[in-house]
Design a protein around this ligand. Structure first.
Ligand code: APR
Length: 312
């Protein structure tokens, strides 16, 4: 039997991700949204592309959570995107309500699912999903680090004039303004960029990476990025569905890792069918660690703010 992925939220990110999943043929797909007709229309459109893509997966569009039952992976993209001038954190209360509803409505129908949380502020929304579902924390993972790293890879590749796929990058911490790009662990074919690019230039690439989401919001004006977010989420879905054991930067629940506990933050993880199968602990310099802890504390502060407001 084919594996099953439910994508909750049929907007820009959800629909772009749905396209990648259906095109790849790795799993049957359920696309859910609260707006009537939209997930059904997009699902029908995707089904009609299947003969052209040589894909034989089943695609369902729905407003009924029952259709998501027995999912192997549930991806949460439902909620509000940013508008110009907003930070991801400005979405906190509104999106916590949406994500809380989604988690509540899906968890009893798919008790063994792995959740991938995309809705922002993502590290906090992963925590909301954890609180509502009471699942094993390793089965709830946030998408942010792959996207931030892909942005960093792009800018480094442009700077060096080489193919983007030859650049590997690591961005750790929360998927917000305090994210921590790690030049020491960013390489062009294995060579650290600290040997290849001057420090001032690296700093400007880091700033552009940190501001990467806002740069696109500023251009689009009516929404936020979705092609790279969908492509990043697809890497995670594929690693879980195919049990690939990819090592990817994702937001994971820290339980003593890096000396931190009780909240989500972006770290390198091994992703397989069980979700986070291992958190990889890197030897950080004092400065790197200071930035990482600051970023972790920012996520923690948002969770505390949310819980103090009584919102889920
Ligand atoms: N249940 C299900 N779907 C919902 C709910 C809900 N309670 N509330 C809103 N939605 C749906 C909307 O109807 C819409 O189709 O979520 C979808 C969001 O789509 P877009 O507005 O296009 O937003 P998108 O760009 O996809 O971003 C979604 O992902 O990257 C993050 O910051 C981004 O938080 C945002 C999320």
């Amino acid at each position: 039997m084919k594996k099953k992925v439910s994508v909750i939220g049929a907007g820009n990110v959800g629909a772009s991700l749905a396209q990648l999943i259906v095109h790849s043929g790795i799993a049957d797909l359920v696309l859910f949204d609260i707006v009537e007709g939209v997930p059904q229309g997009k699902a029908l459109d995707l089904s009609e592309a299947c003969p052209l893509w040589g894909s034989s997966v089943k695609v369902t569009g729905t407003n009924d959570y029952k259709d998501t039952a027995y999912s192997d992976v549930i991806v949460i993209t439902a909620g509000f995107p940013r508008k110009p001038g907003m930070s991801r954190d400005d979405l906190l209360a509104a999106n916590a309500k949406v994500v809380g509803d989604v988690a509540k409505n899906t968890c009893s129908l798919s008790k063994d699912a792995v959740y991938i949380v995309v809705t922002n502020p993502m590290d906090v929304m992963a925590q909301v999903t954890l609180q509502v579902t009471a699942f094993d924390p390793n089965k709830i993972i946030g998408m942010g680090g792959i996207l931030d790293s892909a942005r960093f890879r792009t800018f480094v590749a442009w700077e060096l004039g080489i193919a983007p796929e030859d650049v590997e990058a690591l961005v750790m911490g929360g998927h917000g303004d305090q994210m921590v790009p790690m030049p020491r662990f960013t390489t062009a074919k294995g060579i650290s960029i600290t040997h290849l690019i001057e420090k001032e230039k690296i700093d400007s690439l880091i700033n552009r990476t940190k501001n990467g989401g806002a740069e696109i919001v500023g251009l689009l004006k009516t929404g936020s990025a979705f092609y790279a977010p969908a492509a990043s989420t697809f890497e995670m879905v594929k690693s879980v569905i195919l049990n690939e054991k990819r090592m990817l930067p994702c937001s994971a629940y820290l339980n003593g890792h890096y000396g931190l506990k009780g909240y989500y933050a972006g770290v390198p993880v091994i992703l397989g069918e069980g979700g986070v199968e291992k958190i990889v602990e890197l030897p950080l310099t004092e400065d790197e660690r200071k930035d990482f802890v600051k970023s972790f504390d920012a996520v923690k502060g948002l969770v505390e703010k949310l819980n103090a407001g009584g919102e889920k």
